[in-house]
Design a protein around this ligand. Structure first.
Ligand SMILES: Cc1ncc(COP(=O)(O)O)c(C=O)c1O
Length: 409
């Protein structure tokens, strides 16, 4: 077994266009392929298979850097960390039994630094940007990504410029401001924020928008690696993901492929489920139409703000991940999401963010339609802490008692 102080070797090889396959040098800053498509990170997997085993990984500290061979940071000294990774997988026995899926598990990403799974993409993306000498980053965001990237940028000593819609969760504004980001609020949606962030890019800020730099996927793919490791190096039957830009779903698929190639896993890949809100469901519409890409959604609206994405650059990758695994894309109503959120909190003590709760509403629908038989092991991703969303529907308003009041019996 390697010593913990010992090797730190990323097997990073090159970048590759997800559509046309053009190769790019990974050791200089890159954004999209010249054909406008996201770049995927490729590793020398043969060298990993020779060098590291699953038991070596099990002996490492419980953070996402335990998968360092399959992450893009070449030198340990460039890692920018706040202790991210290895979030718990919680059985939801009571709630699961109630909706007819007793094998329901939730991977709870609300425990991560900045309170959402965006910490994974930010930790890896910022570390690699730091390694490549980038000093200023910018992005449009629905809130959580901006908060995470601004926070990790602060930790790296980097400047950040974040643009977010005025409806994004106010706590994420506070996080950006506290982390010293240049923060702008736009009267519009994330696409409008993107246009403004584009001005900063033209001014020399490095573009870290969703899928416009290659390393965020690498951070998010560690959700897939952890699920597999935590289940004892085996795959669940189904993974259910709240899908906006789809980075997590694309990343989980990529992680499974890499681990299968390495021989760390065998068996059937889980059916991947992309969950959207019925008020903004471009991927579901494309899935149902049999299309390979998605048309932008008009008048996008949902309480699950993180998945309020009218148009996703990685649409074809999301649709491919769903179809190749015999999965499905499904839209749920906000009403059902909020009902599932409250029911799960009361039954399990697990307070999911609205995006996470949308996956619960989807599982219930899929069980109702027979798509789930009820015998499967189903992992839902709770992508953030509900504490970041003090929205009215979930706010109990208990009566205010006088100091000498007598409690009703
Ligand atoms: C809490 C939460 N869940 C899910 C998502 C969607 O993530 P992805 O871009 O990976 O689809 C977001 C994105 O902002 C989010 O903040």
């Amino acid at each position: 077994m390697e010593s913990e102080q010992g090797s730190w070797t990323s097997a990073l090889s090159h970048l590759e266009c997800a559509r046309c396959g053009t190769r790019y040098d990974a050791d200089s800053p890159q954004n999209l392929c010249t054909c406008g498509t996201p770049l995927l990170v490729r590793y020398d997997l043969d060298s990993v298979a020779d060098r590291v085993s699953t038991s070596d990984i099990a002996a490492r500290p419980p953070d996402l850097w335990r998968y360092r061979e399959l992450l893009p940071v070449r030198e340990r000294k460039n890692v920018v960390t706040l202790g991210e990774g290895m979030t718990p997988i919680l059985p939801l026995r009571t709630y699961g039994a109630r909706i007819g899926v007793p094998g329901l598990l939730a991977k709870d990403e609300g425990m991560l630094p900045t309170g959402s799974f965006k910490a994974r993409g930010a930790a890896v993306g910022i570390s690699r940007a730091h390694e490549l000498g980038i000093e200023r980053i910018t992005m449009p965001t629905n809130g959580n990504a901006g908060a995470a990237w601004a926070t990790y940028a602060a930790r790296a000593g980097m400047a950040s410029l974040v643009v977010m819609p005025d409806e994004a969760p106010p706590i994420t504004r506070m996080e950006c401001a506290m982390a010293g980001a240049r923060l702008y609020i736009v009267d519009g949606l994330i696409g409008d924020a993107g246009k403004l962030a584009g001005q900063a890019v033209a001014d020399g800020w490095f573009n870290t928008s969703t899928l416009k730099e290659p390393y965020r996927i690498e951070g998010k793919k560690t959700m897939g690696m952890e699920i597999v490791e935590q289940l004892g190096w085996r795959m669940p039957d189904v993974i259910v993901y709240p899908t906006g830009g789809g980075v997590g779903l694309i990343g989980i698929r990529k992680a499974l492929d890499e681990m299968l190639t390495l021989g760390w896993l065998t068996g059937k890949v889980p059916r991947l489920v992309a969950v959207q809100a019925s008020g903004v469901a471009p991927i579901v519409r494309a899935y149902e139409a049999g299309a390979e890409t998605a048309e932008p959604w008009e008048n996008a609206k949902t309480v699950a703000f993180g998945i309020n994405v009218a148009s996703a650059l990685g649409d074809f990758l999301i649709l491919r991940a769903v179809r190749d695994t015999d999965g499905i894309a499904i839209a749920v109503d906000d009403e059902d999401t909020l009902a599932a959120q409250a029911a799960c909190a009361a039954a399990e003590g697990v307070l999911m963010c609205p995006e996470g709760a949308a996956t619960l509403a989807a599982v219930e629908r899929l069980r109702g339609s027979g798509w789930l038989s009820g015998d499967e092991e189903v992992v839902v991703l709770n992508t953030g802490s509900d504490l970041k969303y003090p929205h009215a529907a979930a706010m109990a308003e208990p009566p205010l008692l006088a100091k000498d009041a007598v409690l009703p019996s």
